[in-house]
Design a protein around this ligand. Structure first.
Ligand code: ATP
Length: 208
């Protein structure tokens, strides 16, 4: 798709993360957020390397991006985004949002993250600029009280008071990439936890 066509999205969402691998928890939460925020497009953006997480079994960035591509194939409104995987080194969200702002100057940008990300959010690089560049929206996830987690973040970092939006609606899907990697390693099935194309890719490429 050319640059001009990309700029017509009025409301553009970005879901960032490691996606090691992408799973149906991500996709269902993404779909709910798209509907709730009336997004025209949602980019799923795997990082090259997370600033705050050291993962032992981190699949190569190209493989994680390819799995995102396979997962969104044919899904209306969803798109794999290579902004972080094509930039080598540690992926800082503030840089990625700046790039997206330049790439889509006409779009209203929303950044989506799961409630677990609230526990470190105030330590993300240039967090004030992040909340200026995009509306930061928090997706529910099982096992976490989103209201409580947001209040705790706001108490630790008062400049963020009122700057993040909680998305409350929708099903909560208890799937994690950690569990999927564990299952692959121990030979258990991941059918129905990830899209079939992702499961086949993992099997064929012996990713975990
Ligand atoms: P891991 O188990 O390796 O920590 P993960 O399943 O949490 O991985 P990430 O790639 O870290 O996957 O997640 C990307 C983003 O999606 C994060 O903001 C995370 O909170 C959110 N997310 C992940 N799984 C779910 C889920 N089941 N429901 C809602 N949000 C989720």
């Amino acid at each position: 798709m050319n640059q001009q066509a990309k700029q017509i999205y009025k409301r553009l969402g970005v879901l960032g993360g490691t996606f090691n691998p992408i799973h149906h928890g991500h996709l269902i939460a993404a779909r709910e957020a798209m509907a709730g925020l009336e997004l025209d497009r949602l980019l799923i953006m795997p990082n090259a390397r997370s600033p705050l997480r050291m993962e032992e079994e981190l699949a190569p960035a190209e493989a994680r991006l390819e799995m995102v591509r396979l997962a969104v194939e044919g899904a209306p409104g969803l798109e794999a985004c290579d902004v972080e995987t094509s930039r080598k080194g540690t992926s800082y969200l503030v840089d990625s949002l700046q790039t997206l702002r330049e790439r889509y100057p006409m779009s209203e940008l929303s950044f989506l993250m799961g409630v677990d990300s609230l526990s470190t959010f105030e330590r993300w690089r240039e967090v004030d600029r992040i909340v200026d560049l995009a509306r930061v929206c928090v997706m529910p996830r099982p096992g976490a009280d989103a209201k409580k987690a947001l209040s705790a973040l706001e108490a630790r970092c008062p400049k963020l008071i009122g700057r993040l939006k909680l998305l409350e609606e929708g099903p909560r899907i208890d799937i994690s990439a950690t569990d999927i990697r564990d299952r692959v390693k121990s030979g258990r099935s991941i059918r129905y936890l990830v899209p079939d194309a992702v499961r086949e890719y993992i099997g064929e490429n012996v990713i975990y």
